[in-house]
Design a protein. Structure first.
Length: 146
């Protein structure tokens, strides 16, 4: 069984600037735990992930170009994007990631809500929209655990 790498997309800087970085971290930790549980159910290391909040504050010491190159490195290394749409309108980095995957024909699974989700460019770049992480895990089990 080949391993699938997941890129966790969603607002970070917006939350950090509002002293709410936990909002960027909490859902990613929840998703990581669900992926660990799914791997355990499968008795295999089927899903791995990249979490851009890991060492986020230390990474701010480097140039913007370095951060973009890190994003591109992991976007290329990963197979599927999972995006929390909350505050998407305040997250140009997340929009970059979504459109990057759209242009590479990689799936983007989304949950949450944004005021711009129905904009044609955004909506057409989302492969599937779900009500929450639990539905994404069910989708991954059904579509990618064959």
């Amino acid at each position: 069984m080949n391993s699938i790498n997941i890129y966790m997309m969603g607002a970070i800087t917006h939350h950090e600037k509002n002293n709410e970085l936990y909002k960027a971290i909490t859902w990613r930790n929840e998703l990581a735990q669900e992926l660990i549980n799914l791997n355990a159910d499968l008795c295999a290391n089927k899903f791995n992930w990249f979490d851009p909040t890991y060492r986020y504050e230390q990474n701010l010491n480097y140039s913007n170009q370095t951060i973009i190159k890190q994003n591109e490195y992991y976007l290329n290394k990963c197979d599927i994007g999972i995006v929390n749409l909350d505050c998407l309108e305040f997250s140009p980095g997340t929009l970059f990631e979504i459109f990057y995957y759209y242009l590479q024909h990689k799936p983007v699974l989304a949950f949450g809500y944004s005021n711009i989700i129905n904009q044609p460019h955004v909506k057409s770049s989302i492969t599937e929209l779900f009500p929450n992480i639990e539905y994404i895990i069910k989708y991954l089990r059904n579509m990618y655990c064959q």
